[in-house]
Design a binder for this molecule. Sequence first.
Ligand code: UDP
Ligand code: MG
Length: 314
Amino acid sequence: MSIIPKTIDVVVPVFNESGNIEALFAAIHREITGKFKMINLIIIDDGSSDNTSEVVIENINKFPQLNVVFIRFTRNYGKEIAVKCGIDHSESDLCVIMDGDLQHPPKCILEADHAMQKNDANLVYISPVKREKRFYQKMGTSGYRKILNFLSKEKVYLTDFTLMDRKAVAIVQQFNESDFYTRGILSIVGLKTFEISYVPNSRFDGKTKFSFFKLLNLAINGIISVSTRPLRLAIYLGITVSLVSMLFGIFLVIEKIRYGQEIAGFATLGFGLFFFAGVQLLFIGLIGEYVGKTYIQTKNRPLYTIDFIKKLNE
Ligand code: UDP
Ligand code: MG
């Protein structure tokens, strides 16, 4: 295969992945070195508490064929922000985002580039065909995808493995929101998109960094960052409940007039009270989320803080 006449940045966020770094470098070297005009590996250490940073620096010396930009955060900011930092530092013709645990096979990047050319796309999503997942993830993913696609006007793809062209990168670089969510932003800016699939490997070393609650928080963040439609839903729900309860009230008055029947049903009353107290709390929480995000955003803080940047092997 001839060399693709383009430069590419491979952005990899890592958090406590010391056991995966060497295999990651090796896989990238084995599968894509020499296939592009130039390859830059942009690794973001998202404030690891293990020796990930030392292992990265060690491997930079072991693989002198790879150009590496190594950025370490002062603390853990979460994967989305680490990805944003990687994109901010991307200057090549192409930029691909991939995980550091070898679940994403680097050779798919070549296929994605081919699809990008052929379909004249700005973005190629590389989606997993099947994945060994925990039960709640499996149940959650399809439902979540439906909710997300309903709430956002555009389709949101649920994969992190994404190839972007220069135009897509330049657009993402302009977004500086505190709840940065890559997929959400890529879905709303009207870029030409194509999707290919890959069979994910299982994690090379260590465990997933996303616990149930971290996933749940990410899911809620995803929804809130792409849309304000949940607020509109609250209005509709409020209108519906008010109408239904008004009809119920009229029914009770008629019952009383016609049959003189006492209003019975402590259980109904109790249930209604608690149920709607719950619904109200939920929506107050929801409004609070939007208000909180507005508050954080108005402070205009930097999205991430960098401990150091090392550019090596260039
Ligand atoms: N990651 C990160 N910051 C975090 C959590 C995860 O940079 O706070 C990185 C992690 O090191 C990995 C990628 O994000 O390279 C995907 O994480 P993981 O494999 O745990 O997620 P999963 O594949 O289970 O969705
Ligand atoms: Mg993984």
